[in-house]
Structures are given as structure tokens and as C-alpha cells.
Design a protein around this ligand. Structure first.
Ligand SMILES: *[C@@H]1O[C@H](CO)[C@@H](O)[C@H](O)[C@H]1NC(C)=O
Length: 793
């Protein structure tokens, strides 16, 4: 009998972009327009995250002197772990996006495995080093035999995509049968949009339409180094448009011939010896596709994993941005696919700071207060030149303009700056540079917002009347988020979004493209996060849940949720790896962090019950199953909740994670008190950050430790993201937060954190058995904190 390897193929990813999914028709956003999104890949049964230093002393690895370079520590550690029989340059590559956290002093080192000189696309390690010690590490390195570089891989190895779809299809069928039986067998699926498994069906539709790429057989003898056929076949599976599918099928060879392949000039040193290529004229792609040869790990009948030779593609489409691995040898198969889209020293320029008429920071939505005049509130650390200036060289509007000094800044009079480009996008297309945005020579962005009731058919036109106000608001909120996250450590080296990085490291030219009233949808929002150095793209939609329509740009929680996708994706697994939160528990946490941060930002002292997206959705309980609350009768979520059939989508998983973080945070607040602002104090003119009432007294020493419970929680959550491995589980992310506290405070909150996690079943005795491809399995809640915490509650 074949080994049941399928159970270990993880997958999930209901339209990851949908900010919310609810079961009410009226307010249900998934139902209105579910974005097709592929997301699955082989699991790594051998992947580990070790967060206790004693676990790391393998093979007599002893600690080194405190001032040993962290990279040297990592190299010695890798040699120790991997054995040193092979030439190191052929086994791994320390990625260039590794960095040292300025506050904690922890160096986060990202390592990509190489075999036969080729990258192993899912062979990742993250090693966290400080003072000559490896504090923790995660690894999904392949540990089987090295394949013969000359031998082509077997053509009939495991087919993860087909196995995944088989199991998912069976599950859908049995759920539908059970549901219909419960309804007296009367109700056909098509008329049950509120079926609790509707998102599972969408998952199946999205992912499983083409399990065997249709031209497999016809091209069985094709040159394995010609990837055009593999790419075209991927596009058949990826495009949401039947017209494109039919067109490709009708004229396959014609499309292959039309594709223009260009080799990029340089070797991609980060990824072994493979040449990177770009391909033009790929149907339904909106920019040239990138392609390179790599290995990927696939479960086998015999051992844990084997290596398959694949083409790795990066495909930007209208609603998706895929990183896909397709087997290089025909028959081509999609082995793994991640959608980067997720739903929900210069001369200063003397300029008058801008002002905006907005719902100010802290007001979640228009029900919480009136608009006021707020100043361009930039933080000289986070935004040294303010929000409306950027160098010519990094300005997409100035392409072709060559100033004398390439670093020369220009000031803009619109919602266009170093961190954020905000504009309308009524057409719903990908262009943004020439889209409309408010422009005022003195940067006084004060505009009317006075929507009137209309017929539903005029709702859009009515909303368009206040486009000036809404773009100004989106620009303001997005810049506030940029500055806030910066101060908690989402800076240039860790992969934040800026056009220009002020010589502080990291990859540039990746400010956030923020589209207001985007015409590509309603009742939702989404964010696409490509690797560091490429622009993030946020699309905010109108919500036709009420008359007049509600504008998601005006609900800060939704904007924060979306921008937090960029934060968590860049911090997890390193700035240059956007494939770490694709599906299952890790994809769910990608949603959960956004809800947690949005809720923490809006929260006021003493209030602990908050919905998500309630204003936009016109629904008191918001867009989640439950509002966030400490009260278990209001929000009963625990770790085991993930076993429920409705919890296969990333949003439902995320809701559980956000609730757990929320509960943990309130315990920290009880212990350390509450700060009325999450913003750290502005540095003095010498650049020193004053402690104020914000940080603990430290006499200028690092790390700076936020004094209060809510600020400390945000800091630990961000630091945890940096420590956790690629594709983290709930356990990994929890352990990373506990280790973040160990590093920041010496572990003084060890018991507070464990007790908080235990309240919602994520204590040390929590377990999961038999994970399924969609993030299922049987979970056991763990309600016990570690024994040493018994007396400390
Ligand atoms: C936006 O503001 C500009 C400048 O004040 C104005 O000319 C334009 O009519 C406004 N747009 C709308 C839709 O009100």
C-alpha cells in the first residue's frame, strides 16, 4: 500500500485577500467576489524550530566569545549541524537580507540551501545569534541524499497537487453530503451561499481546476530547459479568466512562440548559479515573468522528502502575484504556489509641514469622532524627510529626469512621498502613477466629506465626490502606520516599505502603492507583498453595505490590517522571502497579526471588547465570527477551535490567533499598566531617544524596553516575527514571542506569557495530531502553564 504521505501536504488559502468572511449574505465579502487564489505546497515533516539554547548545542558545538561575528557563529553552527564533508559554498548561501536588529542586538541570519549549485526553494534556515550564541533557529533543510546532477528526476514521482486536490475534493463531497442530509437533502449547493464550507469549495475551485496540466503529454519530449511550456501551463491553472484559458488551449504553440525570453546579465548570486530569466508576452501577466531553475522538496513513499527539479516563476497578475514551482520535466506539475497577495544624510528641505482634515489616529472609523485638522506628524527617525519628499532617483513620476545630484530630493504637493503613493483607482487597473490624487501647493489637504443618501446605483458616484478627502485619509493613516512600525523595529534592514532608505540598508524602491476606492472589487481590501525592493500594493474598496456606501479607506482598522500583511510577510523568514505565510496556520497568523494590531491601536484603556470591520460591514459584530473579548462567552476561541470545519480558511484561523494574542496582551497590561499612546517619544536633536514615560529607565542602554503592557506586547509580537522560522505554526510563533521576552527583558514575563497562552489552550501541553492538507488535524488544548509558573499567577 502507498504510504499516506498526502496527510502531510499542507495547504490552505481561501482568497487570502478577503479581509473578512462572514456567514451573512448581506455582509459577506467572500460571497460577493471571491478572488481566485492558488496556494498549496508540500509539507516538511522534518522542519523544526528550536528556541531554547540548550537544544542547540549539537555535536559538541560550544559557545564562542561574545564578540565573534554573528555570521562566523552561524557558519560554525552550520558546519556543526550539517557536517563539514562538503564544500560549504555548495551547500548553503547566507542570504543578503540577513540583518542585525538595532534595538535587541539579535542578528537574524537567513540561509538558503544549495544542492548541486542550485537553490532548494523550500530549504530555509533562520538563525538568531547574539553575543556569540545561537539563541534559536528554524530549519526546513533537505536532509536526504544528493541527487546526481546529470540524472533527470523520475517522471512519476509523487504528485503533490493531485494528491492535495483528491483529498480536498473528497472532503468537500462528504461535507456537502452531510450538510444536505442535515437540511433534509433538499438544498442544492448553488443556493446555499452561506454554507459553512463555502470557502472550502472556493479553495477547491481555485486550486484544483487543472491538476494535470493539459499539455503534459503533447510535450513529453520537450527540452527540459525550455520552460515556456511549463509557464504557459501554469497560467492556465492560474488565470481566473475562461477566455484566457480557451485562448491558450486553442493556440498553445503560438503563445509559446510569442514569449520572449531574456537572460538577465548577472548571475543571481543569492540563489546559486542559476541564471535568472525574464519572459515577456505571457498571457494574463501584467509584467515580465521571472524564471529560474531550482530544486524543491516533495514527500516520497520511502523517506521524508526528495528533491524535484522545478522552474520557479514569479508571476504578477491583476489580482495575484504568484511565486510558483512547476516541475521542470514534463509532465509538468505545480509543486508549490504562494500568492504574495493577501486580502485585507541629505540636506533637509525646509518645508512647511502638511495638514490633513482626517479622522485622526486612534479613531477607528467615522462613528468614533469628527474629522479634525492634523499635522504631518512625521517622526524624524522613521521619516527623516517627512511624508511628501523623495529623491528624484527613486521617484516613479520622475523617470527619465536626471538631476545633477542623483540623491537630490524633491518635495511634492500631492499624496506622493517616500513611504506611500496614495491615489484613486476607480478603473481597478495596475497603473497608478498618473491616477488622480489631491494636489495643493501649500499641502493643505482639507476637503469635504459629506456623502448623501442616493439610489444604490448612484452610490459609487456619490463616493467619488469625496475622493480628495478619502485619498488624504489613506495617505495619512498609511504614513502613521509606517512611522509606528518603524519605531518598533520594522526598519530598512528588516524590509520595510520605502522608496529611499537613507543609506540605512535594505532594498529600496518599495514604498506602498495605496489605491483608494479601487474599482477591482467591493466590500474587501487586499495587500500584495513581493520581496524587499519591490512595491507593496494595497487596494481598498468601497463597501455597498449601506447607503451611502462606506469607504474602507476611512476605517483605520482595515487599512492597518492590510499594511500589517506587509509587516508580517517581510519579517517572517527574512525580507527577501515572501513565501513564508502562504497557507495553513502560518497563513492564518498572517491575518491574525493584522487584526491584533488594528485592535491594539484603536483600543482605549479599560475596554477589551472590539469587533473588526464593523463600520464598513454595517454589522455590529463586524466581519469575524466573534468580536475580540476576554469573555469566553463572547469569544470562545481556543487553539482547538481550529479543528472546526468552518476554520479551514486563513481568516478564521487568524481570528483565533488574534484572540489569543489579545488575551495575552491584557495580562501584560494588568502587570505593567497602560500607555495612552503606542508612539515612542521623538528623538532629541542629538538623535537620542528619551525614555519619557514610555521606556523603562535604562540610562541610554540597549535594548530599550517599553514600560507598559500594551506597548510591550506590540514590541514582543514584532520581535517574535523576526525570530520565528519560515512557515511557522502557532507553537513556533508562541515560542518566538516567549523568546523575544527572554531577549528583551531577561524573561521576566515568562510565566505571564505562558499563562496567557494557556488561557486559550496554547499552553505547553497543547498538541496537534495528524495535520491535514488544509490546516486541519486533531488538536488538544493545553491549559497548563509550565510547572515553574505554578505559584506565580
Ligand atoms: C478635489 O480638489 C480639487 C482642488 O481643490 C478640486 O478642483 C476638485 O474638484 C476636487 N474633486 C472633487 C471630486 O471634489
Amino acid at each position: 500500500m502507498r504510504r499516506l504521505f498526502i496527510a502531510s501536504i499542507l495547504s490552505l488559502g481561501l482568497a487570502a485577500s478577503a479581509l473578512g468572511h462572514s456567514h451573512s449574505n448581506q455582509n459577506s465579502f467572500g460571497e460577493e467576489r471571491r478572488r481566485k487564489s492558488l496556494g498549496f505546497g508540500p509539507a516538511h515533516p522534518h522542519a523544526v524550530f528550536h528556541s531554547s539554547p540548550y537544544q542547540i548545542q549539537t555535536n559538541g558545538f560550544t559557545s564562542l566569545s561574545e564578540d565573534t561575528s554573528p555570521f562566523e557563529v552561524a557558519r560554525l553552527f552550520l558546519d556543526d549541524l550539517l557536517g563539514s564533508q562538503l564544500d560549504a559554498s555548495n551547500r548553503y548561501k547566507i542570504r543578503k537580507d540577513s540583518y542585525t536588529d538595532k534595538n535587541t542586538g539579535v542578528t537574524h541570519i537567513y540561509v538558503r540551501q544549495l544542492v548541486n549549485g542550485l537553490e532548494v526553494a523550500d530549504g530555509d534556515m533562520n538563525i538568531n545569534v547574539k553575543d556569540g550564541v545561537v539563541l534559536s533557529y528554524g530549519s526546513s533543510f533537505y536532509n536526504g541524499l544528493t541527487p546526481n546532477p546529470m540524472a533527470l528526476p523520475s517522471k512519476f514521482a509523487v504528485h503533490p497537487h493531485r494528491e492535495y486536490c483528491q483529498i480536498l475534493g473528497d472532503e468537500v463531497e462528504s461535507r456537502v453530503a452531510a450538510f444536505q442530509a442535515g437540511q433534509g437533502g433538499q438544498i442544492p449547493m448553488s443556493s446555499t451561499p452561506n454554507h459553512p464550507d463555502a470557502h472550502l469549495m472556493h479553495l477547491h475551485d481555485s486550486n484544483c481546476r487543472f491538476q494535470d496540466l493539459p499539455y503534459d503529454m503533447a510535450n513529453a519530449d520537450a527540452d527540459p530547459l525550455d520552460f515556456r511550456s511549463a509557464l504557459l501551463q501554469f497560467m492556465i491553472a492560474a488565470t481566473p479568466k475562461d477566455k484566457v484559458v480557451n485562448d491558450i488551449l486553442a493556440n498553445f504553440d503560438g503563445h509559446v512562440d510569442k514569449m520572449v525570453v531574456t537572460q538577465t546579465q548577472h548571475l543571481t548570486a543569492d540563489y546559486g548559479q542559476t541564471l535568472e530569466m525574464t519572459v515577456d508576452n505571457v498571457p494574463d501577466a501584467v509584467s515580465p515573468v521571472k524564471a529560474r531553475l531550482a530544486y524543491i522538496q516533495v514527500p516520497t513513499q520511502q523517506g521524508p522528502t526528495e528533491l524535484n527539479l522545478v522552474w520557479k516563476f514569479e508571476v504578477e497578475m491583476q489580482d495575484n502575484w504568484y511565486e510558483a514551482a512547476v516541475s521542470a520535466v514534463s509532465p509538468h506539475r505545480i509543486v508549490s504556489v504562494v500568492d504574495w497577495a493577501s486580502d485585507a544624510p541629505f540636506a533637509p528641505i525646509p518645508q512647511k509641514e502638511a495638514t490633513y482634515e482626517v479622522f485622526k489616529w486612534g479613531l477607528n472609523d467615522p462613528t468614533e469622532g469628527e474629522r479634525t485638522i492634523e499635522k504631518e506628524n512625521f517622526d524624524p527617525l522613521a521619516s527623516p524627510q517627512g511624508w511628501h519628499a523623495l529623491p528624484y532617483a527613486n521617484d516613479p513620476q520622475m523617470a527619465g529626469v536626471r538631476p545633477k545630484n542623483k540623491d537630490q530630493f524633491r518635495s511634492t504637493t500631492t499624496t506622493w512621498g517616500n513611504n506611500v503613493f496614495a491615489q484613486e483607482n476607480w478603473e481597478g487597473q495596475n497603473q497608478y502613477i498618473r491616477n488622480y490624487r489631491p494636489d495643493h501647493q501649500d499641502r493643505v489637504f482639507h476637503y469635504t466629506y459629506n456623502p448623501q443618501p442616493t439610489e444604490k446605483s448612484d452610490g459609487l458616484a456619490e463616493a467619488q465626490k469625496y475622493i480628495n478627502a478619502t485619498v488624504s485619509q489613506l495617505f495619512y493613516t498609511s504614513n502613521m502606520v509606517h512611522d509606528l512600525y518603524y519605531r518598533y523595529g520594522f526598519d530598512e534592514v528588516s524590509g520595510n516599505f520605502q522608496q529611499h532608505n537613507f543609506g540605512r540598508g535594505g532594498a529600496e524602491n518599495d514604498g506602498v502603492i495605496a489605491n483608494a476606492q479601487d474599482g477591482s472589487g467591493y466590500n474587501n481590501a487586499n495587500f500584495m507583498t513581493p520581496p524587499d525592493g519591490q512595491n507593496g500594493r494595497m487596494r481598498m474598496y468601497l463597501w455597498n453595505t449601506a447607503i451611502p456606501f462606506r469607504d474602507g479607506d476611512l476605517e483605520a482598522g482595515i487599512v492597518i490590517h492590510e499594511l500589517s500583511h506587509g509587516l508580517s510577510t517581510r519579517l517572517t523568514g527574512g525580507p527577501a522571502n515572501s513565501g513564508c505565510l502562504g497557507w495553513g496556520e502560518s497563513g492564518g497568523m498572517g491575518e491574525g497579526w493584522g487584526d491584533f494590531l488594528a485592535t491594539t491601536i484603536r483600543a482605549v484603556e479599560g475596554t477589551t471588547d472590539y469587533p473588526m470591520g464593523a463600520w464598513a460591514a454595517n454589522r455590529d459584530t463586524g466581519i469575524r465570527n466573534y468580536i475580540y473579548s476576554l469573555d469566553k462567552t463572547i469569544n470562545p476561541s481556543t487553539y482547538k477551535t481550529l479543528d472546526k470545519p468552518g476554520y479551514w480558511g486563513v481568516h478564521a484561523i487568524g481570528e483565533v490567533w488574534a484572540e489569543i494574542l489579545w488575551v495575552v496582551t491584557q495580562d501584560l497590561i494588568e502587570k505593567h499598566g497602560y500607555s495612552s499612546t503606542l508612539y515612542p517619544p521623538i528623538p532629541d536633536t542629538a538623535g537620542k531617544v528619551p525614555e519619557g514615560d514610555f521606556y523603562r529607565p535604562a540610562a541610554g542602554k540597549k535594548p530599550l524596553v517599553p514600560k507598559h503592557g500594551n506597548t510591550l506586547a506590540v514590541q514582543l509580537v514584532l520581535n517574535g516575527m523576526k525570530l520565528q522560522p519560515c512557515r511557522p505554526s502557532f507553537f513556533d510563533a508562541r515560542d518566538a514571542i516567549i523568546q523575544a521576552d527572554e531577549i528583551l527583558t531577561g524573561g521576566e514575563n515568562f510565566c505571564t506569557l505562558w499563562q496567557g497562552f494557556s488561557k486559550r489552550g496554547l499552553g505547553p501541553d497543547a498538541r496537534v495530531d495528524g495535520r491535514t492538507p488544509w490546516g486541519g488535524g486533531i488538536r488538544t488544548d493545553g491549559y497548563n502553564a509550565p510547572a515553574r509558573c505554578a505559584d506565580s499567577s
